[in-house]
Design a protein around this ligand. Structure first.
Ligand code: FNR
Length: 368
């Protein structure tokens, strides 16, 4: 179907399902076990209702922001998704080129198909990146990767903390005999089990011994802001704050890790309450992000009203470039822009600062 026919982010998923090779579709779309959490990621947004304000002169509205101090044209960043070349020959570079044209920040995955340097080399003027880190059992490899990223100007280190082992994604596991030709460069040389799906085949280097004790080491090897990606409780949000990192992503990894974990949006409510009661929130030096299931600007506005600084979006951008290359990603960004304009007008928020908890009724979110 022509790109003009795509009118919302859901459409990219429908197109991807048709055009993607079976193996890529299985890897990208799969979630763990019974796929309850991936469904919940969408349902959570549907349980939060708006309380729009009126008569506020919304002739001009502005949805630009900063994320970790970096300008972003949207309160949305492109979250890390591995193995982009399974779905498009240019892989993650489609994201990079589109992000360059629209002032959007891309988070580069440790397991990107394109090499880290190829992605950064493709940057446009002033383009910013974050990097996602799977911590290697060999910390020397990790140290080099992190310090190289910092040297190349990456603005934030997102350490994935919800994946000591990758989840069982059964749709993916049914695709046997995976040829991992699209795999990441940095992590070569590890034994690959070809009968467990793409995800498990590429993840054996990840260190399950990672713990809170390692955080000071990360803080000592880089000046990049450190963000823990995959926080799922108030308890761990408090530990993260006290460990001195600069932010957290409330995430269940797009439903791909612990099934029946809660949505990031639901977790946000207990996290802000717990941090606030200790005087840790709001704090401009500690940003909270949410990801999972964000498909509409209205979803983003709900998360921001409840205290998130920005949200991460994974599959929609992935499906957009697999289906239409760079142009698909640019269209996805354009869709977000159009939706922000309309939704902010209808909600009565001229800037993102005007989004306050009173603009949503989240009572049904935690009451189910
Ligand atoms: C991911 N995600 C992910 N996260 C991470 O920290 N490292 C990674 O390598 C990957 N790889 C990856 C691959 C694919 C195919 C998907 C769909 C997701 C998780 C990602 O960063 C993000 O948390 C979710 O994608 C957010 O959910 P949505 O937007 O996909 O619903």
């Amino acid at each position: 179907p022509p790109l003009e026919n795509v009118i919302n982010l859901h459409d990219f998923e429908q197109v991807a399902r048709i055009v993607l090779p079976e193996k890529a579709w299985a890897y990208y779309s799969s979630a763990s076990d019974d796929e309850i959490t991936i469904r919940e990621n969408r349902l959570a947004y549907q349980r939060v209702w708006f309380r729009p304000r009126i008569l506020r002169d919304v002739s001009s509205v502005d949805w630009s922001t900063t994320i970790l101090g970096q300008k972003s044209s949207l309160p949305v960043y492109i979250s890390a998704t591995a193995l982009g070349k399974l779905g498009h020959p240019d892989g993650e570079l489609c994201l990079t080129r589109a992000a360059a044209n629209h002032g959007v920040i891309q988070m580069i995955a440790t397991l990107a198909s394109c090499s880290f340097d190829d992605i950064v080399d493709a940057a446009g003027p002033g383009q910013n990146f974050f990097v996602q880190l799977y911590v290697n059992r060999d910390r020397e490899i990790t140290r080099k990767y992190v310090q190289h990223a910092e040297k190349r100007g990456v603005k934030g280190l997102f350490i994935t903390v919800d994946a000591p082992q990758l989840g069982r994604r059964e749709k993916d596991m049914r695709m046997k005999q995976v040829d991992d030709g699209a795999g990441a460069e940095v992590q070569k040389g590890h034994e690959v089990k070809k009968d467990q799906g793409v995800a498990r085949a590429i993840s054996s280097f990840i260190d399950p011994s990672l713990s809170w004790k390692d955080i000071p080491w990360f803080l000592s090897i880089t000046k990049m802001p450190i963000i823990l990606k995959g926080i799922a409780t108030a308890e761990d949000a408090i530990l993260a704050y006290e460990a001195g990192v600069q932010g957290i992503v409330l995430s269940n990894h797009g439903g791909r890790q612990l099934d029946t974990a809660r949505s990031g949006l639901e977790v946000l409510i207990e996290v802000t309450a717990a941090l606030r009661s200790r005087g840790y929130f709001p704090d401009p030096k500690f940003e909270i992000y949410v990801d999972g299931g964000v498909r509409r600007a209205s979803d983003v506005l709900k998360a921001l009203a409840l205290g998130a600084k920005a949200v991460g979006v994974g599959r929609p951008f992935l499906y957009a470039f697999c289906s239409y290359g760079q142009a698909g990603v640019e269209k996805a960004i354009q869709i977000f822009r159009d939706e922000f304009e309309m939704n902010m007008r209808l909600l009565g928020a001229r800037t993102l600062d005007e989004l306050v908890p009173e603009m949503v009724d989240a009572s049904a979110l935690t009451n189910h």
